[in-house]
Design a protein around this ligand. Structure first.
Ligand SMILES: O=C(CO)[C@@H](O)[C@H](O)CF
Length: 536
């Protein structure tokens, strides 16, 4: 490989469900290197599928922690073999799949601090974990622990107000409670509990890294206003938990310098800074460079909304996390299970299985669909918990069908209206400077994006988010290097490529909004559904 000129850079890591990935970003915010290791393909000896083990009960889902460690060894060796110049790395940060938990055996920190550069990490950390199969976000085996936690703090809404979410099975506090209850010996031999993000940071630090506020918000344990562990939540989950977690830190914190292991084995500079790692979704928010008032809509198998919030209103749907790039603000995540699979079903049933026919149907029907509303949930929806197809005509009467093309528009308008209404339920407000960033498969359909612009009354931009968590991590490394909270994140990353404008609101889209109350049990008894219909 030709010798390339030295290129000062930051690294952004992502320890996701299926792989470990890294990107190198230079001072002009250009990505010039990337590498990855896929767990199933490159570490078949662990026998994972999609990076996880689904247990026989169909509820418990875990990943082997030593697979993650070995994946880091492999990716670093691949970088070294490719001639990557580690000496140019100024700082690094990273992301981890949210909610997963790692249990460090008593004495493990000593092993981390005394790593020999002559051996790979996985050979030296073999005996460092009290639990080898770590619970991950796909686990749904902790319903009992969720109910115990909600009862301990005064109910689901009280827990949401305290920690940003009602109790969810995948959230870490409930997972820790299950381990304490079902494997007390392992719990008592555990000296530290990390998230996947802080675990990965610990590997680079050569000591335990603290949990950051943003990923810590996904545990049902952190008081998101005060940014401290909630004693009521800790007490409900397990004893001596606070000392096992350590104090949380602002997400832009420099948590230390890279371990000498990496300096001696790979040639990292001794002064290379490690900036707190965070969750994959907060890192993606950073990678998309979301700003106050912006909203990101990931239109994939399930649709995910990323919101930037100043004054959150925690609810029974969705999740509020501390903001990863501005410690005064927050972010929200809303997941909608009926995403592209629902769009594909309506395409097949009403647009001859053709996206071009689907687009023609949107083009041939008017904004507001003549006052007809449709909400389509062929699988049990998460936000809210509801199933079935629900259509309302102009008189708000339930009907069993619309004419073909109107079915298509009703689906898309209904999906985006539901998103706007649930987002506003969490405290989001469209602002004059609001940008909607669209990503995912459906963001390639301009007619779908036009409806998105009309429903929100804001311009829609498209952005490639293939590496958003890695990219956001590299950006956050630069931000930590620049002084973190003292310097606006947007200033640090202003040279990064801008998203492309794809659609602006049609004339009359926002002015013609009128409020129509639809109090419908079908839309979830938790949600007083107030549909702002796009009138004719
Ligand atoms: O559970 C989730 C967020 O709450 C997922 O997006 C995981 O972070 C994926 F790794």
């Amino acid at each position: 490989m030709a010798e390339s000129a030295p290129r000062r850079c930051c690294l952004g890591w992502d320890f996701s469900t299926q792989q470990v990935k890294v990107v190198a970003v230079d001072a002009e915010m250009n990505v010039f290197y990337e590498e990855s290791v896929h767990f199933d393909r490159d570490l078949p000896e662990f026998g994972t599928r999609g990076g996880v083990h689904v247990h026989k009960d169909g509820l418990t889902v875990t990943s082997p922690v030593l697979m993650w460690v070995q994946a880091l060894d492999i990716i670093l060796e691949k970088m070294k073999a490719s001639g990557f110049d580690f000496s140019q790395v100024l700082a690094l940060s990273g992301a981890g799949q949210q909610h997963g938990s790692i249990y460090w055996q008593a004495g493990a920190q000593q092993a981390l601090k005394s790593l020999s550069p002559d051996l790979p990490l996985h050979q030296q950390l073999q005996a460092c974990f009290s639990i080898n199969d770590c619970p991950v976000w796909m686990d749904s085996s902790t319903t009992a622990q969720c109910r115990q936690l909600e009862a301990a703090v005064g109910g689901a809404q009280a827990l949401s107000c305290l920690t940003g979410s009602r109790a969810y099975e995948r959230f870490t506090g409930n997972q820790i409670a299950k381990i304490y209850q079902q494997n007390p010996k392992a719990y008592s031999h555990t000296e530290r509990i990390s998230l996947v993000s802080s675990f990965a940071a610990s590997l680079f630090l050569g000591s335990y890294s603290p949990i950051d506020y943003s990923d810590g918000s996904g545990m049902n344990l952190l008081h998101i206003q005060d940014k401290v562990w909630s004693q009521a939540c800790l007490g409900s989950c397990a004893p001596h938990l606070e000392e096992k977690l350590g104090p949380p830190v602002p997400s832009c914190s420099v948590v230390g310098a890279i371990s000498s292991f990496y300096v001696q084995r790979y040639g990292f500079p001794p002064g290379c800074k490690v900036v707190a790692f965070t969750g994959d979704n907060p890192a993606s928010l950073a990678g998309m460079r979301l700003e106050e008032g912006d909203i990101a809509v990931s239109l994939g198998t399930s649709d995910t909304l990323f919101l930037w919030l100043q004054e959150p209103m925690p609810a029974l749907e969705g999740h509020i996390f501390c903001n990863p790039v501005d410690p005064q603000h927050y972010m929200a995540l809303l997941c909608f299970k009926n995403g592209s699979l629902m769009r594909e079903k309506i395409r097949d049933e009403f647009a001859s299985c053709s996206w071009s026919e689907f687009s023609k149907a949107l083009q041939s029907t008017e904004m507001g669909n003549g006052g007809n509303l449709g909400f389509y949930f062929d699988v049990m929806e998460i936000t809210p918990e509801i199933i079935g197809r629900h259509r309302f005509n102009t008189e708000k009467r339930k009907v069993s069908a619309f004419p073909g093309d109107m079915e298509v528009r009703a689906l898309i308008e209904g999906q985006f209206m539901a998103k706007r209404i649930h987002a506003e339920g969490l405290g989001y407000r469209v602002m004059s400077k609001t940008k909607i960033l669209a990503t995912g498969g459906a963001s390639h359909n301009r007619d779908i994006l036009q409806v998105l612009a009309d429903v929100f009354g804001a311009p829609v931009y498209v952005i490639d988010t293939a590496n958003s968590a890695c990219l956001g991590s590299a950006y956050r490394a630069f931000h930590g290097l620049a002084g973190g909270t003292d310097v606006p994140f947007s200033e640090v990353v202003k040279l990064a490529p801008n998203p492309r404008l794809a659609a602006t609101p049609s004339p009359g889209a926002s002015q013609s909004v009128r409020s129509t109350d639809i109090t419908e049990p079908v839309l979830g008894e938790k949600t007083q559904f107030k549909a702002e219909k796009l009138a004719e």
